[in-house]
Design a protein. Structure first.
Length: 476
């Protein structure tokens, strides 16, 4: 059962993880698609108007004159000279030119007013942040032969460190994370004449609540995904609980068969022996012998009826229902040992009863008391390899208790096994145990009886010297 249960759960967990992975993948791709299309109409309007304004300009209206002033001036000839003769001076001069250009551009940046004007003209009332970024500047000392002055991604010590981003040199705007998903426009302006420049720049635009807004657009899909996963979990749980109930019913059926097989064996054997004895003419000659045997048959028939009821109770609830009454322990022991001798007439068994207790009245359930003693006696015979199997049943008083002792000269119970012998279906298969047939229910019933009565049980079993079961029963 444990293996099949583990396999069942493992398959369910793998299936659940596969389903959630597929759902997560679909949600991720949907989010990615929504992210790419987010505010696309607004971006298109801004791009068209911005690029129209950038005709014969760069970055923002008026920026072209600023770049011309700092790049296309007399310094370009000095820059060419250093480029051809002194690379260190070339690097120093180009960074100074870039720094002057950046400071002038950021000081005169008018993209805030331009963007606000575009949004207002087109009835776009949402609040957008932007980032205006310079991606690259190259100079041409010769026609169509460009030398890089600035490249995005490289670090320039003389430029403002805060303005240098992975996307380029920030000119204006407060958008924190410009990237492909919020790019509005990317332009490159160049000239074919010598001693000119080529400039690349980009405009990014986005809202502050972009991710939250996309998730709101996706809420039907998210809700459907959550409900579908939850539905699968509920169906699995319901199926699993139903499977457990079916397994419990199957186990109850198996327990019932095992219980009947185990418990009915003893009274049936006693009835069979008594019936066989009644056919013996020598026994029939004496009336007291017939009465004794009919008493055995009557007791065991009554026991059979009670067994069926008790086995059904245990199978259904796992507990036993006691019907206790004041009884003489000695009287019950005499009847149990008489019936037990009938079962093992062909065995070489020395069965002795020592009634040393002066007080032997206790409140017990006769049926379950007999079941307990029968099972202990059965084990004393089964797990015994001696030629003469000796079993001593004795009683004695200890304060307000009656101590019932059942001692044998069998193979004993190893210390490591003693804590398991009362478990249901447990059988010790070593030391001749493998030659003994049984279902591992005998001592389980003993434990059931002990717990139901509230009695105490102790085991003493030195290796190879037999076993002593000591049962403490409260007296009336």
């Amino acid at each position: 059962m444990k293996k099949s249960k583990f396999t069942y759960i493992a398959i369910a967990v793998v299936s659940f993880l596969t389903l959630t992975s597929v759902q997560a993948y679909l949600i991720y791709n949907t989010f990615k698609l929504r992210n790419d299309q987010y505010k696309l109409p607004e971006k298109k309007i801004v791009r068209e108007r911005y690029e129209r304004e950038m005709t014969n300009e760069n970055l923002f209206p008026g920026a072209g004159k600023i770049v011309d002033r700092y790049i296309e001036n007399d310094n370009i000839y000095l820059l060419e000279n250093y480029y051809r003769s002194d690379s260190a001076q070339f690097e120093l001069l180009k960074q100074r030119m870039l720094d002057s250009t950046w400071q002038a551009l950021t000081a005169r940046n008018n993209m805030d007013s331009l963007l606000a004007h575009i949004l207002q003209q087109n009835d776009i009332h949402e609040t957008f942040r932007y980032a205006l970024v310079l991606n690259a500047i190259d100079v041409a000392f010769e026609s169509n032969h460009y030398v890089p002055l600035y490249e995005a991604g490289r670090y320039y010590p003389l430029l403002n460190e805060a303005a240098q981003k992975s996307t380029g040199l920030r000119i204006g705007g407060s958008l924190e994370k410009p990237g492909r998903h919020n790019l509005v426009s990317s332009l490159t302006l160049s000239s074919t004449r010598p001693y000119s420049y080529r400039i690349s720049f980009s405009l990014y635009m986005d809202t502050d609540d972009r991710n939250l807004a996309i998730l709101k657009l996706m809420w039907p899909l998210l809700l459907l995904s959550v409900l579908s996963v939850l539905g699968v979990v509920i169906i699995f749980f319901a199926t699993y609980m139903n499977w457990l109930r079916q397994r419990k019913l199957s186990d109850m059926k198996s327990d019932f068969i095992n219980n009947i097989t185990h418990e009915l064996h003893t009274p049936l054997a006693a009835i069979a022996v008594a019936g066989k004895s009644l056919r013996n003419d020598r026994i029939n000659e004496r009336k007291e012998n017939i009465l004794s045997l009919t008493d055995v048959i009557e007791r065991q028939s009554s026991r059979l009826r009670q067994l069926i009821t008790q086995v059904l109770d245990i199978t259904a609830s796992g507990k036993i229902a006691l019907h206790k009454a004041p009884q003489s322990i000695h009287q019950h022991l005499e009847e149990i040992l008489l019936d037990f001798r009938l079962k093992y007439t062909e065995e070489n068994i020395l069965l002795e009863l020592q009634k040393d207790a002066r007080q032997a009245e206790a409140e017990i359930d006769p049926f379950w008391f007999a079941t307990m003693v029968f099972n202990l006696l059965d084990n004393a015979v089964k797990y015994n390899t001696s030629k003469e199997k000796r079993i001593t049943v004795s009683t004695r008083n200890n304060k307000k208790l009656l101590e019932l002792r059942i001692e044998d000269n069998g193979i004993g119970i190893p210390a490591a096994v003693q804590r398991h012998v009362f478990d249901k279906f447990y059988r010790h298969t070593r030391d001749n145990g493998s030659q003994v047939k049984g279902l591992g229910l005998g001592l389980y019933y003993v434990k059931q009886c002990m717990e139901a009565h509230g009695w105490d049980l102790q085991i003493a079993s030195p290796p190879g010297k037999g076993t002593l079961f000591l049962i403490s029963i409260p007296l009336l």
